[in-house]
Design a protein around this ligand. Structure first.
Ligand code: SF4
Length: 512
């Protein structure tokens, strides 16, 4: 059986219909003899792939023409043929998306190809097309159910354009941003923050990734092939040896001349970068294989909402997309009664929630409620201490059930001192924010409540993701396989998370 699962291929084409100022292939045309030679080389490569002894559904192939291949019928032929092979999981092509999608889709279907096994790596070139025209093309791909990713160069000054494209794409589509080569200065923190909010993996573009064959999949599961069959570890490894057509691939003799894995085609080969966690096998094609989690826990304040407490733009639409395949749970410091009043319209999308910082678990359709109560001793000690501060009764609120008290809040101008004094009481957890002191039992927090809920629903940690922005979210990060922070979270929160992304990007990576 073949070891190489991911093949990237570059033919002889060096021409494009676009005239972007930064591209060496702009407005160059290929004469008929080059096109014929490119066609023959591509068909030979397809033939080679068809003869590989590979497991069903195991191979991924990425066509990387210099210029625009999809303008030429033999690229459609190749996609169609490769997608029809049982061994091929997916075949993709880099493209500017300027061609007739209906024509290509129909040609694939008529020749027995499988659109579900084809994807495209699409670049938006603002010098040569408009957002409207480009997005129309994306809609046509959606119409045929063809997977694709979309991206552009992160040129400073293009932030709002990038945002426009991102926001107009379907919620499931990954939008990438490539570092701008030749930028004579580093990106500013504001530019990095903005681009990273649109593409959570943009920071990888800014790392230097010193080349290191010990963690590189080049020659192990991935191989770059040229038109004449010569092979290299990756498209930028710079050293060719071996040839797939001479049966002389000795991948052990392949080496790498590059100092850095400086582009996605290279660093996606590096195992320690962890792209596979979010993209699965699709990391090679830049197409996330959505992670089929069962349960998603969402903090509210600062995660689903902005500073005014209102839901952020796009949140409802995003949650609707996710709710189709994932159980959604609130995970908030707010009490249930407040959440119900303020965010009632979200309730049909949610299965339940962790409220009051973990002191109250409530399911909306099944299971009884669960409370973590303050011990009677703690309640007595708190009452005693508050009497010293002569807090007005109207500033103290107790959250009770017939079984006991599970939450106490105090609004006080002495919140700092109060917080300090309350710290001497055993068995309580205290939070303080904007003059409001909140007390719950130490037996719980968002993490303990989440773990309890998972046990109750017989769900595993591996099936769960959580997203938040606050220190109080860190305990729940420890209980799930996919802990996520939203952009602008406190630093310790970002460090405790696997990745930082806005809630609106969750459907790109999670759900069916
Ligand atoms: S440049 Fe390519 S071959 Fe070299 S280490 Fe990086 S990914 Fe591997």
């Amino acid at each position: 059986m073949e070891r190489i699962l991911n093949y990237s291929y570059r033919g002889l084409l060096k021409s494009c219909n676009y005239s972007c100022s930064y591209c060496p292939f702009s407005k160059r045309s290929s004469d008929a003899s080059v096109l014929q030679a490119d066609r023959e080389a591509l068909m030979r490569f397809c033939c080679y792939i068809s003869k590989l002894e590979a497991s069903p559904h195991s191979l991924q192939i990425l066509l990387l023409p210099y210029g625009e291949g999809m303008l030429h019928p033999h690229y459609t032929e190749a996609l169609s043929y490769l997608s029809s092979l049982p061994s091929v999981r997916r075949v993709s092509c880099q493209t500017n998306l300027s061609w007739n999608i209906d024509q290509v889709a129909n040609a694939v279907l008529q020749s027995g190809g499988r659109l579900s096994h084809i994807s495209f790596w699409c670049s938006f070139h603002p010098q040569c097309t408009s957002p409207t025209d480009f997005l129309y093309q994306c809609n046509r791909l959606d119409h045929y159910g063809i997977r694709y990713c979309v991206g552009m160069v992160a040129r400073p000054g293009s932030e709002s354009l990038a945002r426009e494209i991102r926001n107009a794409l379907s919620g499931h589509t990954y939008f990438w941003l490539n570092r701008m080569d030749g930028l004579q200065r580093p990106y500013t923190p504001a530019e990095i923050a903005c681009f990273s909010e649109l593409d959570p993996f943009f920071p990888l573009e800014l790392n230097s990734h010193l080349s290191d064959l010990s963690t590189c999949q080049g020659g192990k599961t991935a191989l770059f092939v040229q038109a004449d069959g010569r092979t290299a570890l990756c498209p930028i490894a710079g050293k060719f040896s071996g040839n797939i057509y001479h049966r002389s691939i000795s991948t052990s003799s392949l080496s790498c001349k590059a100092k850095h894995c400086h582009c996605y085609l290279a660093y996606s080969n590096r195992t320690e970068i962890g792209l596979k966690t979010f993209f699965g096998q699709g990391a090679f094609l830049r197409i996330p294989e959505r992670i089929g989690i069962k349960n998603l826990f969402l903090d509210i304040d600062g995660t689903l909402t902005g500073p005014n407490g209102n839901l952020l733009p796009g949140i409802e639409k995003t949650l609707s997309l996710l709710a189709g395949s994932v159980n959604l749970y609130f995970a908030t410091a707010l009490p249930y009664s407040y959440v119900q009043r303020k965010y009632r319209k979200l309730f049909p999308l949610f299965t339940g929630g962790i409220f009051a910082g973990g002191a109250h678990i409530r399911f909306f359709r099944s299971f009884p409620e669960h409370y973590f109560y303050l011990s009677p001793t703690s309640v007595r000690e708190i009452r005693l201490l508050l009497s010293e501060y002569s807090c007005s009764p109207s500033t103290i609120r107790r959250y009770n059930t017939p079984e006991g008290t599970y939450r106490i809040t105090i609004k006080s101008k002495y919140a700092d001192t109060l917080f300090h004094r309350l710290s001497s009481i055993k068995d309580i957890l205290i939070f303080q924010e904007k003059g409001l002191v909140t007390i719950i039992s130490k037996a719980t927090d968002k993490g303990k409540a989440l773990a309890y809920l998972l046990r109750l629903t017989k769900s595993s940690r591996d099936s769960a993701a959580a997203i938040g922005n606050d220190i109080s979210d860190i305990p729940m990060f420890k209980e799930v396989k996919y802990p996520l922070s939203v952009p602008h979270s406190a630093e310790p929160v970002q460090h405790s998370a696997l990745c930082s992304m806005p809630v609106t990007l969750l459907p790109v990576f999670f759900g069916m």
